[in-house]
Write a protein that binds this ligand. Sequence first.
Ligand SMILES: C[S@@+](CC[C@H](N)C(=O)[O-])C[C@H]1O[C@@H](n2cnc3c(N)ncnc32)[C@H](O)[C@@H]1O
Ligand SMILES: [Zn+2]
Length: 395
Amino acid sequence: MTVPDELVEFVEGRVKLLIYNPERYRRSDGVYEPSWSPVFYNPVMVINRDFSILIAASLGFKDATVLDALSGTGVRALRYCLEVPDVVKCYANDVDSQAYELIVRNISHNNLESKVIALNEDANIVMYSLKKSGVKLDLIDIDPYGSPAPFLRAASWSVRNGGYIGATATDIASLSGNKPWAGTRRYWCYLTPTDVPKILALRVLMGYVARIAAEIDRYVEPATYLLGNHFIRVLYRVKKGATAADAMLSKSLGFMKYCRYCGYREFTYETYERVCKICGNKLEYIGPLWIDKLVNKELVGRARNILPSYSYMTSASRLSKILEQQSVEADAEALVPYNVVQLSSRLRTSSPKISKVIECLRAADYSAVRYYGEEAVIGTNAPYDSLVTCLKQGS
Ligand SMILES: C[S@@+](CC[C@H](N)C(=O)[O-])C[C@H]1O[C@@H](n2cnc3c(N)ncnc32)[C@H](O)[C@@H]1O
Ligand SMILES: [Zn+2]
């Protein structure tokens, strides 16, 4: 096959990907700007794709069908079909016609004509049409620019009962309360800036997908997540059941009380307290958000077991660390996030060694975990006072 001048081959995972020559889309400081390319491809997001592929291979699929709804070059669809043994068919869709042409080219460049189908439609139309035609989608991958919100209703409607949705969000500023009105508008949530932006972003997004699914008598079970530099990603299972949806809303959705003066916070179902019980200042409430577990233990265990057969992935060692941390997190109930660096500066103590704080909390029989991608933050079920004691000991 001949390749036009402007396309170059780039290997990612097991795929030989044709992309528009990145040399032509560099800023004056030399940095490649993916959004300038006629078809979006960001090599920095390889960890997101590696993670998505590894997890898909751990879901226990049989003859699965995957929809890559906002595909760009087609890279995800190609990788699901080439690297996940149980995936037999992928739809790679993009609304943009140049992207569609590149997807078609990439399918034949990788000899995947029998497994990957290219589509050139709006993602929402594709999801509703596939559902209408009776296609059972085991996994829908939503990887847009910015917010996934415009695609999540159609995704929960179109995924098969018990299937999975993976959604990336790059609008962390909105999800985390740094742009509170944008967050409220997109995710129907009261938001305010905090010292734990990415963990809150995750919980806001999970809370939102839960409510979207509940609208149509479905419920969600979080499977795993990923925190990147400029994005977060959630993966969750969607099942039918109105009674279970009611139970999910009452058990897993709530608020985080937050005192920006002393750093006290707690997950709660009620919003009547107005004053911080620690320092007497005004309390704020963030939510509704997901206040339940974010990780499925068995899934993370399976992903850790199969990781050695994916050692060719460029992110393999980072994925191993992430899964190791998540397997600890999976053993605990929902953990409240604290930024220990911020908290120690509020308490005017020197910055503690985070590993020492964790050790101290565990020695006192509390759960405590770190988050890959949010280094100053720990999750714990310890009450505020016990955390403060450990912080002072660790500093
Ligand atoms: C962030 S890029 C996708 C990157 C790709 N998933 C990857 O991993 O390399 C988002 C893509 O969504 C496409 N897009 C934007 N709006 C869309 C819509 N409503 N339906 C389908 N595709 C859309 C854009 O053309 C763009 O190619
Ligand atoms: Zn307070």
